[in-house]
Design a protein around this ligand. Structure first.
Ligand SMILES: Nc1ncnc2c1ncn2[C@@H]1O[C@H](COP(=O)(O)OP(=O)(O)OP(=O)(O)O)[C@@H](O)[C@H]1O
Length: 308
């Protein structure tokens, strides 16, 4: 593990003006962000907005077609991908899952499984794990490499709300214990870990960014999920000014349709605000916090993603 870089020092990874183009279309463009040691950065945005693409550029799995992706030398990355290419018809134990992509000693395996609370499942078949146990196994696999940077692409898939809180706690404790940087891709547009230092919202480019300082404190939220939940999750609310159509073109709030979107293309109300703290966009009242914290409302938020 790298010990030299400290938060505020040289970033572990940085993207500047980075974009990926495929089949004549920019999947994502003009992406700028950094992750330092000890920092938690969360990428949010609607489906297809370029979160995974940006995370993959950051760790070097994808090369940007414009702009730069830089990493400190000797960086070790622990990556939990959104999708895992595993043949589920083959028996696979948790122990074997851990060693599919890197050589690990039995001690490293057990230490990592212990850290995520599933040491007792080392010999269990992966297909028998619950959703939450499976996510923990993937997390164990990533942390067993003792990464400088932990990248979690939608780590809460298949995890219920109580499990979400437990996983967020776990991610925070890994950060606190090891000092690694964390890049999270959130499945949810509005709810992010309270410990997140920087939220970056993508919508084909960086739509806005800021700190999720306003943790939900509403009585309804507390009653539903308890004070513990309120201290763990934060609501980050804002609106987009354009939608990505299924064919890749972009529908803007003014009704115009263009091939691409870009912060400087004159169609974005918030163009030029990308580097500001969008505290004016955060929701501080309780009503939305309750809504955002309950699972089904997320889909509605996304469906309503026409954005003024
Ligand atoms: N190799 C590729 N070739 C062409 N298009 C691609 C490729 N990879 C991704 N895309 C497209 O790029 C866009 C961004 O994809 P990406 O996976 O980064 O989105 P995302 O924000 O992570 O979405 P989700 O929330 O649905 O996981 C999508 O429209 C996707 O279909």
């Amino acid at each position: 593990m790298l010990h030299s870089a400290k938060q505020g020092g040289k970033p572990l990874v940085s993207l500047s003006g980075a974009g990926v183009r495929r089949n004549g279309r920019w999947l994502v463009r003009g992406v700028d962000f950094t992750v330092h040691r000890g920092e938690i950065v969360t990428l949010i945005g609607p489906n297809g907005s370029g979160k995974s693409t940006s995370a993959r550029m950051a760790i070097g799995v994808l090369r940007p077609d414009e702009g730069q992706a830089a990493r400190v030398s000797g960086l070790t990355v622990g990556y939990v991908p959104q999708k895992l290419a595993v043949d589920w018809t083959m028996p696979l134990t948790v122990r074997r899952l851990m060693t599919l992509t890197s050589r690990l000693s039995e001690r490293d395996i057990l230490e990592a499984l212990d850290a995520v609370g599933i040491a007792h499942l080392a010999g269990a078949e992966v297909q028998h794990l619950s959703g939450g146990e499976f996510q923990r196994a993937l997390l164990a696999r990533a942390i067993a490499r003792k990464p400088d940077l932990l990248v979690l692409d939608e780590p809460l898939q298949g995890v219920d709300f109580a499990g979400e809180i437990a996983l967020y706690d776990l991610i925070t404790s890994i950060r606190n214990r090891t000092g690694c940087g964390i890049l999270l891709v959130s499945h949810d547009l509005h709810v992010v870990m309270a410990e997140t230092d920087t939220v970056i919202c993508l919508n084909g480019h960086v739509c806005c960014r800021g700190t999720p300082a306003h943790v939900s404190q509403s009585p309804e939220y507390m009653r539903l999920f308890g004070a513990r939940a309120a201290g763990t999750l934060a609501v980050y609310r804002h609106e987009h000014d354009h939608t990505h159509l299924p064919d890749g073109r972009v529908l803007h709030a003014d009704g115009s349709v263009t091939e691409h979107c870009h912060p400087g293309d004159g169609h974005h109300d918030h163009a030029g605000h990308d580097h500001h703290d969008h505290s004016h966009d955060h929701d501080h009242d309780g009503a939305h916090q309750h809504e955002a914290a309950s699972g089904p409302a997320h889909g509605e938020e996304r469906r309503g993603e026409h954005h003024a």
